[in-house]
Design a protein around this ligand. Structure first.
Ligand code: FE
Length: 196
């Protein structure tokens, strides 16, 4: 069973309201609840394995939605985990890697903002262990376009629930607020772990 984690960022942030953060956290708890429900069904031996079918079957439904629920958990843990900081820029090894792979922090930031504007659900900065480099990807849902053996370091939620209360349709302003609240110490630590 998965247990919902607690995050210090669930409070009023700089440009993101307490209401947005607390409502958003409830969605995360919902993913945890549903993941556990799906997991129990799959684990409980009740699913008719002989009826598995690619068009529709209980097996297919549970397997597909399990990844939706689990990605909902994992993405939000990166998101809540690296908010609550004071923005700015990364230092050390991550700063060097961003320069190497993206040119400069500002160039990456502009590119990542555009990635966030182009996505329907998420934008991620990932460390790809096979390629040994950073790059940005889009997720139209929490479980789409994710590549194996890569670690999400920055996870930008661009679903409307992340910003509509505070910004209405002004997604770009929300993305700026997101950057202003990033905790680069957390991201740097995750990067160093991912590189090991
Ligand atoms: Fe979300």
């Amino acid at each position: 069973m998965y247990e919902a984690k607690k995050f210090d960022s669930i409070k009023e942030l700089n440009g993101i309201s307490e209401r947005t953060m607390t409502e958003h956290y409830k969605l995360y708890e919902g993913y945890v609840k549903k993941f556990n429900e799906i997991w129990e069904k799959l684990d409980g031996g009740e699913v008719d394995l002989g009826a598995a079918n690619q068009i529709y079957s209980e097996m297919r439904g549970l397997k597909v939605e399990m990844t939706f629920a689990l990605s909902g958990i994992k993405n939000h843990e990166v998101y809540f985990g690296h908010l609550g900081g004071s923005g700015g820029e990364p230092k050390g090894k991550l700063a060097d890697q961003i320069k190497k792979d993206m040119g400069s922090f500002q160039e990456w930031k502009d590119y990542f903002k555009a990635t966030g504007m182009a996505g329907r659900g998420w934008a991620w900065l990932v460390w790809d262990r096979d390629m040994g480099r950073l790059y940005d990807i889009i997720g139209d849902t929490q479980n789409t376009y994710v590549n194996w053996n890569s670690v999400p370091l920055v996870a930008l939620d661009v679903y409307e629930h992340a910003y509509f209360i505070d910004y209405g349709t002004k997604r770009a302003d929300y993305i700026e607020a997101f950057f202003n609240n990033l905790n680069w110490d957390v991201i740097e630590k995750n990067f160093e772990q991912a590189v090991e």
